[in-house]
Design a binder for this molecule. Structure first.
Ligand SMILES: CC(C)(COP(=O)(O)OP(=O)(O)OC[C@H]1O[C@@H](n2cnc3c(N)ncnc32)[C@H](O)[C@@H]1OP(=O)(O)O)[C@@H](O)C(=O)NCCC(=O)NCCS
Length: 122
């Protein structure tokens, strides 16, 4: 289940964010967290399974679009469908917005959205 980011989860969020290829530098990572904390249109969610936070998705709301800027899953839980589940949950939580990708997240997000469309058609 997706939970909205809170300051108490800053270290967990930074750990998950650091799996993104563009978030390897600590200064960049701190700036990214700062953006999610201070900009109202930027929203960060953490995925909790049992007692652990194992996934993260970060979006920017632009009118009717929800642009996925960050998505990552703890390496020990990859390939279990969690990334796709987070994209689906985002769409369910924001029925008034269309989920979109940025250039960096496009390969994965587009694949998830295309899968969803195919599942809906079958
Ligand atoms: C990308 C990431 C979030 C995928 O999470 P995951 O939980 O392992 O993904 P899922 O198990 O939900 O995979 C769903 C589908 O996407 C595919 N997929 C996985 N990673 C992909 C990627 N980087 N690009 C395109 N498709 C990808 C899977 O093969 C799977 O395909 P299938 O439905 O045909 O079997 C995870 O690998 C990760 O955290 N990577 C590091 C961070 C990163 O690079 N994020 C940006 C990715 S564009």
């Amino acid at each position: 289940m997706l939970n909205r980011y809170r300051k108490a989860y800053e270290k967990i969020a930074m750990g998950l964010l650091s799996f993104m290829p563009n978030e390897k530098d600590l200064k960049v990572l701190q700036q990214t967290i700062q953006t999610y904390e201070s900009e109202p249109e930027w929203e960060l969610y953490l995925y909790k399974k049992d007692e652990d936070y194992i996934g993260l998705v970060g979006v920017e709301k632009q009118e009717c679009e929800l642009i996925v800027h960050h998505i990552s899953v703890d390496p020990s839980h990859r390939g279990e469908g969690l990334g796709k589940l987070m994209v689906q949950e985002l769409a369910t939580l924001n029925t008034d917005c269309q989920v979109k990708a940025c250039q960096l997240t496009e390969p994965f997000v587009e694949k998830c959205l295309n899968n969803n469309e195919q599942e809906a058609l079958s």
